[in-house]
Ligand binder design. Structure first.
Ligand SMILES: Nc1ncnc2c1ncn2[C@@H]1O[C@H](COP(=O)(O)OP(=O)(O)OP(=O)(O)O)[C@@H](O)[C@H]1O
Ligand SMILES: CC(=O)N[C@H]1[C@@H]2OC[C@@H](O2)[C@@H](O)[C@@H]1O[C@H](C)C(=O)O
Length: 370
């Protein structure tokens, strides 16, 4: 930890994310003063075993109780093992695993014990990033947008652009880099676009015993079923104005919409639904973005990328095109956000989560022996 705790002093922050795909833990170092990105550092990945993934799956939708506690133990152990490989870290941002998310209802639930991780690593840990935002009337997600703003500055963007994350769920951030700071009104607009890879993975698993549609190869052989796509787009979520957010399984019944289709047509249609949600969402951008930069595993799916590119006037590229790491952007985001929390800076605002005021969410736990 930066012992002085002086706002503005650069820190070496380590962020860790266990995403909705339940594939594993990503970890990455960012050097930052909480405003600017000063550099990127070491990255790491620790996949969950089949048995661990089953425990996490069983925990989805649970807010407490044995299933949630078992998931928490898996998440804590995987993070403790992976993060111990990193040296010279001042602070850790520990997102944990979202088990349930109902911002306008029961709240939001990420398992992972930051206080225990701080003890295990001997480093201060920021965790429980989303609860304060939800308590203040926000969606609690997405939280990466403040980091996307810093990324836009880092790549020297001068025109408005969008970052699109295609994980289990999709989320988009419109950034206007003409603003000085992310919390200024108009600098950011962000929201979840709809389901992304989660329904594709779930269908591949259920029908073929495969984890994903690798390279979009099955979707490439199928046709999008327009009737199912229309029913999907009639979901009230798409008519709602942003900001708005989703739980991983909010659209689980979509698999039913493609239940009668062949494997190839079903996966093509789910892929089309993911793209359609993004395209629908982009209509909310205050100005047409100069480009769409795609992060998350969906950028490896050429069928999905092509569906976006043919429908949009601006270039659609993976974030690697501008020197960013699309496998690590979310982990880097929570490294960056941890420093902001430690310095008492905002991590969300009305444009990103719909919260009424600026919020600096997150709990800071220091180890006893710090
Ligand atoms: N080569 C590939 N071809 C097709 N799809 C891929 C490929 N690689 C990854 N994916 C998809 O991306 C998913 C992983 O994406 P990612 O790691 O961004 O998700 P996540 O971070 O867990 O989710 P979220 O951002 O919603 O929390 C995989 O489960 C798979 O569906
Ligand atoms: C509640 C929750 O965990 N939401 C995740 C999820 O995964 C993608 C999308 O839905 C996004 O809203 C969010 O994660 C990213 C990291 C975020 O908060 O920006």
């Amino acid at each position: 930890m930066n012992k002085a705790g002086r706002t503005g002093a650069p820190m070496r922050a380590l962020g860790a994310m266990s995403g909705t795909s339940l594939d594993g833990v990503d970890a990455a170092v960012v050097e930052t003063d909480g405003r600017r990105i000063l550099g990127f550092g070491q990255t790491g990945y620790r996949p969950y075993s089949e048995a661990e993934r089953a425990v996490l799956h069983a925990g989805l939708g649970h807010w407490a109780g044995p299933a949630a506690e078992a998931a928490g133990r898996v998440v804590d152990a995987a993070h403790a093992a992976l993060l111990a490989e990193f040296e010279g870290v001042d602070i850790v941002g520990y997102h944990g695993q979202t088990l349930a998310h109902e911002p306008k209802g029961r709240g939001t639930c990420q398992v992972g014990d930051g206080a225990a991780l701080a003890e295990a690593l001997g480093v201060p840990v920021v965790w429980d990033f989303r609860s304060d935002d939800v308590a203040l009337g926000g969606e609690g997600a997405p939280l990466a947008p403040f980091f996307h703003f810093a990324c836009a500055k880092w790549i020297g963007a001068t025109e408005p652009l969008c970052f699109l994350n295609l994980g289990g769920v999709g989320n988009i951030t419109y950034v206007d880099p003409a603003f000085e700071a992310p919390e200024e009104a108009g600098a950011l607009l962000a929201f979840d676009t709809g389901p992304a890879n989660a329904p594709i993975n779930d269908l591949m698993q259920a029908r073929l015993g495969l984890a994903m549609d690798e390279g979009g190869r099955l979707a490439a052989r199928g046709q999008v079923e327009e009737g199912a796509l229309e029913l999907f787009l009639a979901e009230p979520y798409f008519a709602r104005m942003p900001p708005k957010s989703l739980d991983r399984n909010d659209f689980a019944e979509m698999i039913g919409l493609v239940g009668e289709l062949s494997d190839a047509d079903a996966v093509a249609t789910l892929t089309g639904m993911c793209a359609a949600g993004v395209l629908q969402g982009m209509e909310h951008c205050p100005r047409p973005p100069a480009r769409l930069l795609v992060t998350g595993g969906g950028r490896h799916n050429p069928v999905l990328m092509e569906m976006l590119q043919v429908a949009l006037d601006c270039p659609v590229d993976p974030v690697e095109t501008v020197g960013l790491d699309g496998d690590m952007l979310e982990a880097q985001a929570f490294a960056y956000l941890a420093v902001r929390v430690a310095y008492g800076m905002a991590t969300s605002c009305p444009g990103t989560t719909g919260v009424r005021a600026l919020v600096g969410g997150g709990v800071l736990s220091r180890p006893e022996r710090d």
